[in-house]
Design a protein around this ligand. Structure first.
Ligand code: CP3
Length: 355
C-alpha cells in the first residue's frame, strides 16, 4: 500500500510484468524466465568486477550490488532481476562472526551450541542493513518495468550454517540439536525467522516486486520432521508477509516430499527442483499456487539439442500448472556458457508466445 507500490501497479509496470502476473496465476504474454544465481561466476563481467573485492564486501556496496544485479538482465533479457546478496548477509548484520570462503561457502567462526549463543544473535532493522535498502532503491529506478526479486534464507537453511559452522552434506549436528534439544532448536529457528522477516520487510519497503525464501537444504528432512521443526518458523516469515503486496516464492532442493507443506507455509509460488516433473509437482502443491522451475542446471552443460528438448518438455509441463515461472532446479553452475543461458531465455519466450 505504499505510494511507490501503487505507482508500480500501473499497466506495464513491474507489478504487471509477466513474472509477477505468472506468480499470481494471471494470464501472461509469454512464460517468464529468470535463473537462480544468474548473477555470478558464469559471467566474465562478474568475475572482473569481483576480482579484488571479497564476497561480503561486494554485498555491502550499493554501487557494486546494482551493477552485478543488472549484468544478467542486460546480457540475457531475463524477465526478472534478483538482488545480488547472500543468505548470510543479515546473519552477519545480526552480529554473527562469519565469512564467505571462495569455493566453500559460508563459514561461521563460533558455531551455535547453547542458549547464550542464540541470545547473541541480535534482532535487525533497516539501520543494520542500510546498504540493502539503498541498493534496492537504486535498482528499482534502474530497472524501470523489470521486476526485482528480493530474497532471504529460511530458518532451517540458515540454522544449518550456524550450527554446523559451514556447509554440510548430512546436516548431522543440526538434526542432533533438533532431536536432542528441541527447545533450543525452536529458540534458534524462531530468532532466525524474526530476522528473516525483518530483512525481507526492508526489501519490500525499498520496492522489490517479489520475494524468494531459500530453504535450500530443507530436502534433508522427512515431511514429518519438516512439519514439526521447520514449517511453523517458515510460516512466520511467509505468512508474516501476507500484507506486503508482493508474491512470495518458497524454494528448496530435494523437496519432492515437502512440496505440499512448503506451499502451506504461505507461498504464492513453490520452487521445484529437476527431480519432480512440474505436472506431478502441481498435483502435490494444488491449484492455489504457481510453480517455478525446473531445468537441471547440469543440462546447460550438454549440447544444444539436449538443452532444447528439455526446455520444451518443461514449458509443456508448465502449461498444466496454475502459473509457471521458468527457472533452473537450482543455481547456475559457474562453468555454464552464458550464451546458452541467453538462448534458453529466447527459446522459452518463443515456445510460450504461441507463435
Ligand atoms: O543471482 C542470484 O541468484 C543472487 C545471488 C545469490 C548469491 N547467494 C550470491 C553468491 C543468492 C540468491 C544466494 C543465496 C544463497 N547463498 C543460498 C541459497 C541459494 C542456493 O544456492 O541454494 C545459499 C545456500 C547460499 C550460501 C552460499 N553462498 C554458498 C553455498 C556459496 C557458494 C560458495 C562457492 O564459492 O561455491 C555462497 C557464495 C556466493 N553467493 C557466491 C555468489 C555469487 C559465490 C561467491 C563468489 O562469486 O566469489
Amino acid at each position: 500500500g505504499t505510494a511507490a507500490r501503487d505507482d508500480e501497479s500501473r499497466p506495464g509496470g513491474p507489478a504487471d510484468s509477466p513474472f509477477v502476473r505468472a506468480c499470481r496465476r494471471r494470464e501472461v504474454p509469454h512464460t517468464p524466465v529468470w535463473f537462480m544465481r544468474q548473477a555470478g561466476r558464469s559471467l566474465p563481467e562478474y568475475r572482473e568486477i569481483r576480482a579484488n573485492v571479497a564476497m561480503l564486501e561486494s554485498c555491502r556496496r550499493p554501487d557494486l550490488v546494482t551493477e552485478i544485479t543488472l549484468q544478467p538482465v542486460r546480457r540475457h533479457g531475463v524477465d526478472a532481476a534478483i538482488l545480488f546478496s547472500d543468505i548470510v548477509v543479515p546473519v552477519a548484520a545480526a552480529g554473527v562472526d562469519l565469512d564467505i570462503v571462495p569455493g566453500t561457502g559460508p563459514v561461521v567462526a563460533e558455531p551455535v551450541r547453547t542458549a547464550a549463543d542464540v541470545q547473541r544473535i541480535r534482532p535487525i532493522s533497516r539501520d543494520d542493513v542500510p546498504y540493502v535498502d539503498e541498493a534496492v532503491r537504486l535498482l528499482v529506478k534502474e530497472l524501470g518495468d523489470i521486476p526485482l526479486i528480493g530474497f532471504a534464507g529460511a530458518p532451517f537453511t540458515l540454522a544449518s550454517y550456524l550450527v554446523e559452522g559451514g556447509p554440510s552434506r548430512t546436516h548431522a549436528k543440526t538434526k542432533a540439536l533438533m532431536y536432542g534439544e528441541p527447545e533450543l532448536w525452536h529458540a534458534l529457528a524462531g530468532r532466525l525467522a524474526e530476522m528473516t522477516l525483518a530483512f525481507l520487510r526492508v526489501q519490500v519497503e525499498a520496492g522489490v516486486s517479489a520475494v524468494q525464501l531459500f530453504d535450500s537444504w530443507a530436502g534433508a528432512l522427512s515431511e514429518a520432521d519438516y512439519r514439526r521443526f521447520v514449517l511453523p518458523h517458515s510460516t512466520k516469515v511467509l505468512a508474516g508477509l501476507a500484507d506486503a503486496g508482493v508474491p512470495r516464492i518458497h524454494f528448496g532442493v530435494g523437496t519432492a516430499e515437502l512440496l505440499g507443506a512448503m506451499g502451506e507455509a504461505g507461498a504464492d509460488v513453490v520452487g521445484v527442483d529437476w527431480r519432480t516433473p512440474l505436472d506431478v509437482a502441481t498435483r502435490r502443491i494444488g491449484p492455489e499456487r504457481a510453480v517455478q522451475g525446473n531445468l537441471d542446471p547440469c543440462v546447460l552443460l550438454a549440447p544444444w539439442p539436449v538443452v532444447e528438448t528439455e526446455v520444451r518438455r518443461i514449458v509443456e509441463q508448465g502449461r498444466a500448472a496454475p502459473g509457471h515461472v521458468f527457472n533452473l532446479g537450482h543455481g547456475v553452475l559457474p562453468e555454464t556458457d552464458p550464451e546458452v543461458l541467453t538462448r534458453v531465455v529466447a527459446l522459452v519466450h518463443e515456445l510460450s508466445t504461441g507463435g
